[in-house]
Design a protein around this ligand. Sequence first.
Ligand SMILES: NC(=O)c1ccc[n+]([C@@H]2O[C@H](COP(=O)([O-])OP(=O)(O)OC[C@H]3O[C@@H](n4cnc5c(N)ncnc54)[C@H](OP(=O)(O)O)[C@@H]3O)[C@@H](O)[C@H]2O)c1
Length: 303
Amino acid sequence: MVRASRLRVGVVGAGRVGSVLGRALSDAGHVVVAASGVSRDSVRRAGRLLPGAALLPADEVVAAADLILLAVPDDTLGGLVVGLAETGAWRAGQIVVHTSGAHGLAVLAPAAAFGPLTLAVHPVMTFTGVEEDLERLRGVSFGVTAEPEHRAVAEALVLEMGGEPTWVPENARPLYHAALAMGANHLVTLVNESMDALRTAGVIRPEQLLTPLLQAALDNALRHGDAALTGPVARGDAGTVRRHLRELVDHAPDSVGAYAAMARRTADRAIASGRLRRQDADALLDVLAPRPTIASAATSAQP
Ligand SMILES: NC(=O)c1ccc[n+]([C@@H]2O[C@H](COP(=O)([O-])OP(=O)(O)OC[C@H]3O[C@@H](n4cnc5c(N)ncnc54)[C@H](OP(=O)(O)O)[C@@H]3O)[C@@H](O)[C@H]2O)c1
């Protein structure tokens, strides 16, 4: 491992991620000299997690630092890099890192044109900008996109923050991010849909039912892939799925589309993985076949 020397760090965007990664770099022996942020939340986070850093405008943060952490919303990153280039902020010898999962190195090209080494270093973790986030960094993967000659620097920075680099090719970056969003973000929505339906069914503490079930399902899926699937779709139990759809139409109509789409995809995967025999799936696929509205499918079909 190449150990980066003690660097002056500038955090552009003392948000949930910037403040925590800035603190992790400080704990690793670097010096966070400056940070930017104007909202009350960012100012508070900087005061708590980056106590020695001067609060400055972004261009002054860049001017004061050797290692610049750009931790701003994805959609503002490109404009910010260009704006900073127009102020003449970038210079050779700097390391410029952004933390966006969706972007690779291209968004940093206007900075690289002035000589800095650029890296896309995305922590695969959810942050809220509190001290506990630092604990969660230990052993976390970072999706890193870097030119081959810059990988040693990227690896050193990630290891210093407590993480492990996973190399992501530049052109795979959007797909990599879509995959993570599908898993982590949609999981949150699925869990909340399930909890709402359980409450509607009269269950007072849905989290009590779901915690062991969902933990086991997640663990099994991560270990065994499609072989972890259980439930009516895996059994080809069309009657049960039809009743599910009817109940959702009556009690949770906003969930019907998502349930049907996931059930269809679950059936496809169950067939492809040999979990469900094609000849046993016909009735189920018929229940799930796209119709003018899935509500009409649920109400018109006979048990
Ligand atoms: N949160 C997560 O769980 C997570 C995990 C991995 C990666 N990421 C990535 O990390 C990046 C930052 O996310 P975040 O969750 O930390 O966002 P955040 O909490 O909303 O913080 C964004 C920071 O950027 C500043 N900012 C906003 N617009 C700016 C602009 N035009 N110029 C300069 N600074 C600006 C904000 O300052 P003010 O508060 O003053 O507006 C704030 O300090 C994103 O690319 C995100 O995809 C997030």
